[in-house]
Design a protein around this ligand. Structure first.
Ligand SMILES: Cc1ncc(COP(=O)(O)O)c(C=O)c1O
Length: 473
């Protein structure tokens, strides 16, 4: 029988905090009958968000096309839904159970290109769109493509969504962390970027790409147009490709910020040399279809022979799952005004987005009233990255940086575990995403129902005050 010593050491090193030990403990407590408020993961439908009727109605017809031949059955569907399903069915003669082209079903790639053109007012080439099993697989494919040896470095934000750190560890590449500027609403900072990359270069690392998450996970921040221009210029200066993770593009809740895609900003400033990989997903926004594993990747400024290699890579795992590709199609071609399903679609879409906005406000305002806790009002995405202070239990001035990191990791893990045990609230320690030395955070989603978010704020205040008092003794 194999043992841990037979396991790929890169796998042993890789960590994925959002599904770590605290979640495992939460599941145990739940089995014992404790009420758990799961705020650890951006999985909307697991937290009672209803799927959009439109998506499920079309899928149901395509999964069992016999229904399409039965006029009586079709009366149960809005007529535009039945028409759309029939149209898709005719363009997909082998149905949902057959492999597709490796880059994805052609009419869906074309629809994605049209969606980008409509969103950004710029041309988009369907041949540069690749359909993926969620954004995660797109990111992993792009890393695989650019990774030549372990000294190749990928710049990733701190804090970051651990897909990036885990994949880079797993594939044996180098991470170049750059801190996001918490004092400037978690935007990127040119000086910090420069210091990080120069330090890596001096250590013999060869930087190949910069990963940017906008709107941010775990920060909930939305990057300004100017910030994106700065990032593009920085990438150009250091000859980096850009990975733009834009899975939260529909999740912006404030009027003083707007989502700008990297593709649009690059087009606006006339940048044509930097290779851009941008990622989108059906998992987030108001679609929330995480389980369907759909998404796409658009590549700009890539020579055809490199694109061919990328598509070869996709062909090694045959193709993305077909339902995920279909949900991606439905995401980018919503019902139109005048369609029978339009009003329901708009009502459901706005209901989800308004609900998220209300919950972001309740959470942001509530947390900021707790003494010793601070969080930017989440502008977008589905998270708040909450800073908290605890009295010290050891003298950090005598610690090495590694000892301080271990001490702080232990402190935020202990804190989150105690929070779970006492209140049933399941959040993720800040150390799982990375944080500046000397600071402590946790990440919470605002996905649970509104009454649970209100309950969370009350319970958190009581817990935090009690925890601080205990540490003082
Ligand atoms: C920033 C970011 N990128 C990518 C993903 C992965 O999304 P998908 O479900 O499309 O793989 C997530 C999931 O939470 C995310 O937060």
């Amino acid at each position: 029988m194999i043992s841990l010593k037979d396991v790929n050491p890169n796998l042993l090193t890789a960590e994925y905090a959002v599904r770590g030990p605290i979640v495992i403990r939460a599941q145990e407590l739940e089995k014992q009958g404790k009420k758990i408020i799961y705020c650890n993961i951006g999985n909307p439908q697991a937290l009672k968000q209803k799927p959009l009727s439109y998506i499920r109605q079309v899928l149901s017809l395509l999964e069992y096309p016999e229904l399409l031949k039965n006029d009586e059955q079709l009366k149960n569907y809005p007529c535009d839904i039945a028409e759309k399903a029939k149209k898709i069915y005719h363009q997909l003669p082998h149905g949902t159970g057959a492999y597709t082209q490796s880059a994805g079903i052609p009419f869906i790639r074309q629809a994605v290109a049209e969606f980008i053109t409509k969103r950004d007012g710029i041309p988009a080439d369907e041949n540069h769109i690749i359909l993926t099993d969620g954004a995660s697989k797109g990111v992993q494919a792009a890393i695989t493509t650019l990774l030549k040896n372990k000294k190749d470095g990928f710049m990733i934000p701190i804090p970051q969504y651990p897909l990036y750190s885990a994949t880079i560890d797993l594939y044996g590449a180098s991470k170049i962390g750059y801190y996001l500027d918490e004092n400037n609403s978690w935007q990127l900072n040119e000086q910090i970027l420069t210091e990080s990359i120069e330090k890596a270069i001096s250590a013999g690392i060869n930087p190949v790409a910069i990963c940017v998450i906008n709107p941010g996970n775990p920060t909930g921040a939305v990057l300004s147009f100017e910030n994106i221009v700065m990032i593009i210029n920085f990438a150009k200066k250091y000859n980096l490709s850009i990975f733009a993770d834009e899975v939260y593009q529909e999740n912006v809740y404030v009027t003083n910020a707007a989502f700008h895609s990297f593709a649009k900003v690059m087009n606006k400033i006339g940048e044509k040399d930097i290779t851009l990989f941008s990622f989108h997903s059906v998992s987030k926004g108001f679609t929330g279809e995480c389980g369907h594993r759909g998404g796409y990747l658009e590549i700009r400024n890539i020579p055809n022979e490199v694109l061919a290699q990328f598509i070869k890579l996709q062909s090694i795992s045959l193709c993305a799952n077909v339902d995920g590709q279909l949900v991606t199609y439905l995401m980018v071609t919503p019902p139109k005004k005048g369609d029978e399903s339009y009003d329901t679609y708009i009502k459901e879409r706005d209901g989800i987005l308004n609900d998220l906005k209300t919950k972001a406000q309740i959470l942001g305002e509530g947390l900021n009233k707790i003494s010793g806790m601070k969080s930017d009002m989440p502008q977008g995405a589905m998270y708040a990255f909450v800073k908290f202070e605890l009295p010290h239990t050891a003298d950090i001035t005598s610690m090495t940086p590694e000892e301080q990191l271990a001490y702080e990791t232990q402190r935020d893990c202990d804190y989150c575990l105690a929070m779970l045990e006492e209140t049933g609230i399941c959040v993720v320690p800040g150390s799982g995403f990375g944080q500046k030395p000397g600071t402590l955070h946790f990440r919470t989603t605002f996905l649970p129902p509104k009454d649970e978010i209100e309950e969370l704020v009350v319970k958190l205040k009581k817990f935090h005050e009690g925890y601080v008092e205990k540490l003082k003794v």
